[in-house]
Design a protein around this ligand. Structure first.
Ligand SMILES: [Cu+2]
Length: 440
């Protein structure tokens, strides 16, 4: 992430300001910038990278424990006369889904999802939204209590933000918890193209709901044909990329923890189906939803939490089990990448004859799936450009055979506080790994 604009971007920004000044002289609708100085728009920093930024300490305003956005970053702000000012730019972006595949999506400030917005209960927040899309948009602040005219539903609570225009949203945060932002305008297209971001409101008292590590991500699904880059927006069910923060395994950041840490994972679902998120090795509690914190006496232990469409869940656990633990959606088709969704079931079918006849026409042709699909994880089948194998990833014992919504929770005794660097694969103590029985 580079929060300092280069010369070219500065010129663009200046041009945009001048353009806005000109436009500002004309009639302004409700919500458009009128009460704030047009020349004083805060910067709209942009990121081209899918690399996790270490949690940013708050630079001004009330102190809080920052969150860690998987493969993402948090949006800087500036304080102005007691207001925390952010600047989102809605625009076309390119997102690396995993090494080997890049998608053309829509997002905010250079990425899909957009940067995480972090603020504190009691903050007065002013969020500028500049629309650089080819069509109008709005931003809805999912779960936030605010004046109806700030809720961002195009046509219902405000006029749409036309291309090239900047609107401003203002509200005072009366709650803390886990929320998100996304358009409420041409949603079918704009959400299918990746427009969304996490919105975290920290408690005023940093000791409340305190954890050592606080991760967040949003779930989104895309339908991108192998060899192409643009998400199909009319797909209703048959998506082929199931993502966390617009990334798939093995491109999703690992959740690195120190043994003994209290850990929170905030996750939101903006796909069109539910995702039962399963964690190995530990149990957890749902400590919060997008409706607020769950009272401690109302929590129960779980190892899988279903995150339904349009819901958010903040789970918490004590990282007391060292090791490498899988964390994934339990729908097995959601831990797969594109190249497997239309493969027929060939288990038990002897394809040798077929192979021989096809190989005459297509040298190098391979049959697949006679013994299950695991062979496909190992095969280095030639793929069309810009797509990903169905099952992939290499662990210390062999192929992991996963894709999509899958990552690894890494708990280490010797990880330093606030250190998120990948410690590598777990060093299993001797005699603790499943082993082959000697039958001789
Ligand atoms: Cu799922």
């Amino acid at each position: 992430m580079n929060s300092n604009l280069n010369k070219d971007e500065q010129d663009k920004m200046t041009n945009r300001r001048q353009f806005l000044k000109g436009a500002g002289a004309a009639a302004l609708g409700a919500g458009m910038i009128s009460r704030v100085s047009l020349a004083a728009l805060p910067e709209s920093p942009s990121s081209m990278s899918a690399t996790m930024e270490p949690p940013p300490e708050p630079t001004s305003g009330r102190w809080y424990n920052p969150v860690v956005t998987l493969n993402g970053w948090s949006l800087p702000w500036r304080m102005k006369n007691g207001w925390k000012e952010f600047h989102l730019t809605a625009e076309a972006v390119e997102r690396e889904i995993a090494p080997g595949m890049t998608a053309r999506l829509w997002g905010y400030n250079g990425q899909s999802p957009g940067p995480t917005i972090e603020c504190v209960e009691g903050d007065k927040v002013r969020i500028f939204v500049t629309n650089r899309l080819p069509e109008h948009t709005t931003v809805h602040w999912h779960g936030i209590f605010l004046a109806a005219g700030m809720d961002g539903v195009g046509g219902l609570s405000q006029p749409h933000i036309p291309p090239g225009k900047t609107f401003v949203y203002e509200f005072e945060l009366k709650q803390s918890g886990t929320f998100m932002y996304h358009p409420h305008a041409d949603e079918m297209v704009q959400m299918a193209m990746g427009m969304m971001g996490s919105l975290v409101v920290h408690p005023k008292d940093p000791e409340l709901h305190k954890v050592d590590r606080d991760f967040c991500f949003l779930m989104s699904a895309y339908d991108i044909d192998p060899g192409t880059m643009t998400a199909k927006v009319n797909t209703m069910l048959d998506f082929n990329l199931w993502t966390w923060n617009s990334r798939v395994f093995p491109g999703i950041d690992h959740l690195v923890c120190r043994e003994g840490d209290r850990v929170r994972v905030r996750m939101g679902n903006l796909t069109m189906t539910n995702h039962p998120i399963h964690l190995h090795g530990l149990n957890f509690e749902v400590a919060g939803t997008d409706g607020g914190w769950v009272r401690p006496e109302a929590r129960w232990p779980e190892v899988t939490s279903d995150v339904a469409i349009g819901q958010m869940r903040a789970i918490e656990f004590d990282a007391d089990a060292p090791g490498d633990w899988a964390m994934h959606c339990h729908k097995s088709h959601h831990t797969m990448n594109p190249m497997g969704h239309s493969v027929p079931n060939m288990i038990g079918v002897d394809q040798r004859e077929v192979q021989q006849s096809i190989a005459k026409l297509l040298p190098g042709y391979m049959v697949m799936g006679e013994r299950g699909m695991a062979d496909m994880g190992e095969m280095t089948m030639p793929l069309p450009a810009n797509t990903l194998p169905m099952m992939t990833g290499e662990g210390q014992f062999g192929p992991i055979e996963m894709g999509g919504m899958f990552t690894v929770l890494k708990i280490r005794a010797d990880q330093k506080a606030n250190d998120y660097t990948d410690p590598g694969w777990y060093d299993f103590p001797a005699g603790t790994v499943a082993y082959e029985v000697d039958l001789s």
